[in-house]
Design a protein around this ligand. Structure first.
Ligand SMILES: [Zn+2]
Length: 170
């Protein structure tokens, strides 16, 4: 059975539904029907402008942005979202690096709503290092639909991986 690593911590009924959608090859169609809008943020310069605009709107008082870039080596689960859990944990050097925003390059081709969600997530980390209540309050302040978007992003990443399984070695 597929482990569904992006959905760790979600209830078994939810995972069962997701597995069924994948087995019936319906997950991708469902997501693309819901998230039709693409974005035009193609390079690091455009990404900087995009992040800066959101920051101006919602977090004007936070420290100025440092570097903003797409990072091809960034793992969304390990570096960004963490696993879905209420236990908060400090993310290593997060505070020191908080002015630099790296966005996994999978978002370059993702629907517009998912890019917005992940930028909101990273902006919130400029104030809150951990995935705690204050952090998620900031996220929903910037994007009222944040929790639904994060769940749907996890579905999207699950779907991407289900399409391109890692080939068996040898
Ligand atoms: Zn995070």
């Amino acid at each position: 059975m597929q482990p569904l690593k992006y959905l760790g911590g979600y209830p078994p009924q939810v995972l069962e539904q997701v597995r069924e959608l994948i087995a019936q090859d319906r997950l991708g169609a469902l997501l693309s029907a819901k998230y039709r809008e693409a974005h035009a943020v193609r390079n690091d310069g455009q990404l900087y402008a995009y992040v800066q605009a959101l920051k101006e709107r919602h977090m004007r008082k936070a420290a100025p942005l440092g570097k903003v870039l797409y990072d091809g080596r960034l793992q969304v689960l390990g570096h960004t979202l963490g696993t879905h859990t209420t236990i908060s944990r400090v993310q290593g050097s997060r505070l020191k690096a908080s002015r630099e925003i790296r966005i996994a390059s999978v978002f370059r081709d993702a629907p517009a709503a998912f890019l917005r969600m992940i930028v909101v997530h990273e902006l919130a980390h400029m104030k809150e290092a951990e995935h705690n209540r204050a952090f998620y309050q900031l996220c929903t302040h910037m994007e009222p639909d944040y929790h639904q978007l994060e769940f749907d992003l996890r579905l999207y990443l699950t779907w991407l991986e289900s399409r391109s399984p890692v080939p068996a070695p040898g």
